[in-house]
Design a protein around this ligand. Structure first.
Ligand code: SF4
Ligand code: SF4
Length: 183
C-alpha cells in the first residue's frame, strides 16, 4: 500500500521540478553568435610582439621551445645582416611555429622568453577541421603593424644607440640608410 502511494506522487514531484525550473534564470549561452569576454589574464593564442618601429622582439633564442612541456614550439634562429634586419639584436626568429594540437596553453613559454617577445592573447577560438592549419607559423603569430610601425626588414629606428633603443627613449632624429627616421 505504501509503495502504491509513493508511485502515485512520483510524477507530481517530477512535474514540480519542471515547474520550478520554468521560472529560473536561463543559463543557455548563445555561442558563437554571442561571445563572452574572457578573464583579462586568460591564456589564449600566442602573439609575437614588435618594437615601436616594427622590428620583431623575438631573437630566435629557443628558450620558449625548451621550456615547453608539450614540445609544441619549433624555432630556427638566423643572423640579422646590415641589409636585412628583422630584430634589433644579432639574431631573429627565422622560423617560428606553435603546434596548437599539442599546446596546453600553460604559459610556461611566455615566462621563459627573455625579451617579452612572446605573450598570450585572450583569443580562444583555436579549432579547425584539419591538422595542418593548427600549426601556426610566424606570420600567423606576429602582432599587427600599428601606426608608425614599418614592415621589417629595416634598420633600427629608435634612438641613437642600442641603449636608447632598448630604453624606449623615443625616435631619433638621425638619418639612417633608409632615410629620415619617422617621428
Ligand atoms: S603554452 Fe605551454 S604548452 Fe603551449 S606552447 Fe607554451 S609552454 Fe608549450
Ligand atoms: S619567443 Fe622569446 S624565448 Fe622564444 S625564441 Fe623568441 S625571444 Fe626566444
Amino acid at each position: 500500500m505504501a509503495d502504491t502511494k509513493e508511485h502515485f506522487w512520483d510524477p507530481v514531484a517530477g512535474f514540480g521540478v519542471t515547474f520550478r525550473t520554468m521560472f529560473k534564470k536561463v543559463v543557455t549561452e548563445q555561442y558563437p553568435f554571442e561571445k563572452k569576454a574572457t578573464a583579462p589574464r586568460f591564456h589564449g593564442r600566442h602573439q609575437l610582439n614588435r618594437w615601436p618601429d616594427g622590428l620583431e622582439k623575438c631573437i630566435g633564442c629557443e628558450l620558449c621551445a625548451w621550456a615547453c612541456p608539450a614540445d609544441a614550439i619549433y624555432v630556427e634562429g638566423a643572423d640579422n645582416t646590415a641589409d636585412e634586419r628583422f630584430s634589433p639584436g644579432e639574431r631573429y626568429g627565422r622560423v617560428y611555429q606553435i603546434n596548437y594540437l599539442r599546446c596546453i596553453l600553460c604559459g610556461l613559454c611566455i615566462e621563459a622568453c627573455p625579451t617579452r617577445a612572446l605573450t598570450m592573447t585572450n583569443e580562444y577560438e583555436l579549432a579547425d577541421n584539419n591538422r595542418a592549419d593548427l600549426i601556426y607559423e610566424k606570420n600567423d603569430l606576429l602582432a599587427p603593424l600599428l601606426p608608425g610601425m614599418e614592415q621589417p626588414p629595416h634598420p633600427m629606428r629608435l634612438g641613437d644607440d642600442d641603449g636608447a633603443y632598448y630604453r624606449g627613449l623615443g625616435a631619433s632624429t638621425r638619418d639612417t640608410d633608409e632615410g629620415e627616421v619617422p617621428a
